[in-house]
Design a protein around this ligand. Structure first.
Ligand SMILES: [Fe+2]
Length: 573
């Protein structure tokens, strides 16, 4: 069977879960946040739709749950763009990067939660990070005035800027800043996108700093930003490429690359530089293309990075109602609007870059016939855990021929091995040793009706050590704590909790909705301590971007809505 139909049919709602197997441990705390696109506008490709934030509390009886039960909450992210959509849905139509409107392209912020200390953000690739209230989960503000970003990535009209950025900015625990990117078209050295490194210091309130990467032009996207103590690591994800014909309403013919460029920027090189000053990166190449990569914080012995490969995973392809799958069957209606799934087993690899010599050393690699749909991973994000990472946990969803279109198979003729994608294979939660990428644990989901997704690592005994960071458990690194594994199924959503050191032993406890609720598709997750209050800080007001000049590009009859949204969002601060 293809992926659960409930991924596209289940509503966003609050409900309660209860323990249905095993015993819930007492040394787990905090909550897991999930980003999710809602299905509100009939976009053909669902991953561009309006964002929601979902929250699973790991402590029973909190966040409004009954005693002994666990709260699942879902809140729509009401950015200024979403508020304009609420007032004028008829003005929003489908474009190649989601919605377009006379107001400009809205920020749908639907891809990843980003807890940062006691603050909470959400992100996506086509807009600025968005701050949420950590207690109520309501929208608070967007990060950085558009002028400090250097204006829109490209002119699209309206009052809402188009900022082509990254869904995974990274928070710097030493410099107390956020590192992300902005992409904008250039003609030199070739026609393409030039990335800029974007730095937002929390102390700078509404201003970000932008540093173009000198001499760089490419034709992809930068989905992830990673870092060590001294370096920021950027990479062309390689698996989401714009197609000019498709943008004009025609058929997509562009395919993903076999290798991608990587750029390292030394943090000291931009320290104190005025915004706008270019910086020259150190360049490398990686293969296969990837979505996500994570560097070890300590770079004394080189820049060590685990790369979660996306071998033959083209994220620009999605399932259409008229598609046949790779076996020639009509596509299940539940799969329509979801992405075209992996067409080859995927590679996970750890490499060390030496920025001085330009050499790349491969430390460990894992790829075998069942490593299909390396979806997302779980790791210890505490500073202590990033400094000495031990285990890296990965959810493989298994091969899903019902979610591979015949159209995609034809586009990848010669690169795809059709015999490898004819049959479904089970999903598996796996633990790899950092560095060697040796498989240390594997738990298989033999029922292919189970769709595992968005794992998160919850440290054990957070707060037990007085000198540790607020995100650190007793033994940081990724082995001492729990992997919280979301399992989507049409018979009800489950949360399976694994001892991170013994994933092969199976879940130690299982939660299920008291009404067997299913959940819609979720994307990234993140663990966070439970924060309740919005800290005082200078934040961007949407009204500061509503000027006579910017308003002039909005049709007159729609300007009242813009003013109303400015007033409404000002009242939030
Ligand atoms: Fe991502």
């Amino acid at each position: 069977m293809p992926v659960p139909r409930s991924l596209t049919t289940a509503p966003h709602r609050d409900f309660e879960l209860e323990v249905v197997a095993g015993e819930w441990p007492a040394d787990i705390s905090g909550e897991v946040l999930y980003s999710s696109p809602q299905a509100l506008g009939n976009l053909p490709y669902r991953i561009f739709d309006w964002g929601a934030i979902c929250r699973l509390s790991l402590e029973p009886g909190t966040r409004g749950a009954s005693p002994g039960r666990f709260a699942w909450q879902s809140v729509s992210i009401e950015t200024p763009g979403k508020r304009l959509f609420n007032r004028h849905p008829e003005q929003f139509s489908s474009g190649p990067i989601g919605y377009v409107s006379p107001f400009g392209p809205p920020n749908c912020s639907n891809t990843a939660p980003l807890p940062w200390g006691d603050r909470l953000y959400t992100t996506w690739d086509a807009g600025r990070p968005v701050e949420l209230h950590p207690g109520t989960l309501e929208f608070v503000s967007e990060v950085g005035h558009v002028d400090s970003w250097g204006g829109s990535s490209m002119p699209m009209g309206g009052i809402l800027p188009f900022l082509f950025s990254s869904a995974h900015p990274v928070a710097d625990p030493e410099r107390h800043c956020l590192w992300t990117v902005k992409l904008a078209p250039v003609m030199e050295p070739t026609f393409g996108m030039q990335p800029s490194l974007v730095r937002w210091d929390r102390a700078d309130g509404t201003q970000v700093k932008v540093h173009p990467l000198e001499g760089v032009s490419f034709s992809g996207s930068i989905h992830t930003v990673s870092q060590t103590r001294d370096w920021v690591i950027l990479c062309d994800s390689g698996n989401f490429k714009a197609d000019a014909a498709e943008m004009m309403g025609g058929e997509r013919t562009t395919t993903i690359d076999d290798e991608v460029p990587v750029w390292l920027v030394r943090k000291d090189a931009v320290e104190g530089l005025p915004s706008g000053t270019p910086v020259r990166p150190v360049c490398f190449t990686m293969s296969p293309p990837n979505g996500h990569y994570y560097a070890r914080w300590d770079d004394t012995d080189g820049v060590s990075v685990v790369w979660e490969g996306m071998d033959l995973m083209d994220l620009a392809l999605y399932m259409r109602p008229d598609d046949l799958d790779v076996n020639g069957n009509p596509v299940d209606p539940g799969a329509v609007g979801l992405y075209n799934m992996a067409m080859a087993p995927e590679t996970i690899v750890e490499v060390v870059f030496d920025p001085n010599s330009g050499k790349v050393l491969e430390k460990g690699l894992f790829r075998t016939d069942w490593t299909f749909n390396l979806q997302l991973s779980a790791m210890d994000w505490s500073l202590e855990g990033m400094t000495n990472p031990t285990l890296h946990h990965v959810s493989y969803q298994g091969c899903r021929p019902g979610n591979i279109s015949a159209r995609a198979a034809k586009m990848y003729e010669g690169r795809i091995d059709l015999d490898q994608v004819r049959e479904e294979t089970p999903g598996a939660l796996c633990s790899f040793e950092r560095g060697s990428m040796e498989l240390k644990g594997r738990w298989e989901y033999t029922d292919t009706a189970d769709h595992i997704t968005s794992p998160a690592f919850a440290p054990r005994d957070v707060g037990a050590l007085a000198a540790a960071s607020s995100y650190a458990g007793r033994e940081p690194g990724g082995h001492d704590g729990y992997v919280v594994q979301a399992v989507c199924n049409d018979d009800g959503f489950r949360v399976e909790l694994f001892d991170a050191a013994r994933v092969s032993a199976g879940p130690v406890a299982v939660l299920k909705g008291t009404g067997k609720e299913s959940i819609p598709v979720i994307l990234h997750s993140a663990w966070s301590p439970a924060n309740h209050e919005l800290v005082d800080a200078e934040r961007l007001r949407f009204s500061r971007e509503v000027t006579d000049e910017s308003l002039a590009s909005v049709p007159e009859e729609l300007r009242a809505a813009v003013r109303a949204v400015a007033e409404e969002t000002d009242a939030l601060l």
